[in-house]
Write a protein that binds this ligand. Sequence first.
Ligand code: 5XR
Ligand code: SF4
Length: 304
Amino acid sequence: MTDLTNKIQDLKKEKNAVILAHNYQRGEIQDIADYVGDSIELSRKAMQEKDAKVIVFCAVDFMAQSAAILNPEKKVLLPTLGARCPMAQMLTVDEIKRAKAKYPKAPVVLYVNTLAEAKAESDVCCTSANALEVIRSLDSDTVLFGPDRNLGEYVAEETGKTVIPIPEWGFCPTHLLFQPEDIVVLKQKYPNAEVLVHPECSGDMRKVADFIGSTSKICRYVKESDAKQFVVGTEDGILHRLRKENPEQEFYIAYDGSVCPNMKLTTLERLYASLKEEKHVVEVPQNVASKARESLERMFQVKC
Ligand code: 5XR
Ligand code: SF4
């Protein structure tokens, strides 16, 4: 262990803190974290850690916000203030209000990759892991869905419902980098490999996938698969976890530039500074938090 890792471990004990890391974090951050997972798994972990006073959420803004909304009695820290999800910035409150005025009967389902103010305007949230179940649980055949257009199209295909995207073209810049042509080349090299694709990728990528799912679902799928090789179509941080948990299997990223720059802003140095100075505290205004929380809780009630 390095000096810095030791210092982080000591501070963690001293402050009674829990370190949570998203699947897309740098390997060294995943290794030092108490839990690694997708944002909702991590928010749930935060709720279960009854004795912890401080939660250090190594991820991007909206994930730490959700943890703060669900854990109002704890101090939630985002180590890097500038770690923001560009997709979450694509959906404004005004845009949601306009869509609601146009389709007053359609429920608003928002991907958790949204800011708290947007969630407060929604009926229910979903993640990439439970989007199908959440949409199926609604009576309405038409739903307003945002901000990820690709996830919305995938949900429409799978559920047969009419999904109206808000905004018209919300997307994840990292997942749009994947191209089916790269899969063709990799499949020539590794013909027995299974292709695992995140639903934030384009529809063309979904067509070449053996399995489509969120990061948590991809991790579960690999554990149950007999395949020895996998081509992975999501942010490259996931490979660290997949290789660590499945040392007998081989993993190849579907495009080696698939890096979310915001996820990678968090370094060990920043994590240390965050714990030491208790920064940056994530605060969500009370009125926004209580409405956003209702939407998150409605999501938790859906059986998956
Ligand atoms: O932010 C992302 O792109 C990652 C991910 C995931 O699969 O982990 O899509 N996160 C969302 O599902 C949000 C909740 O976890
Ligand atoms: Fe946002 Fe995409 Fe980064 Fe996830 S991978 S945090 S959706 S930019």
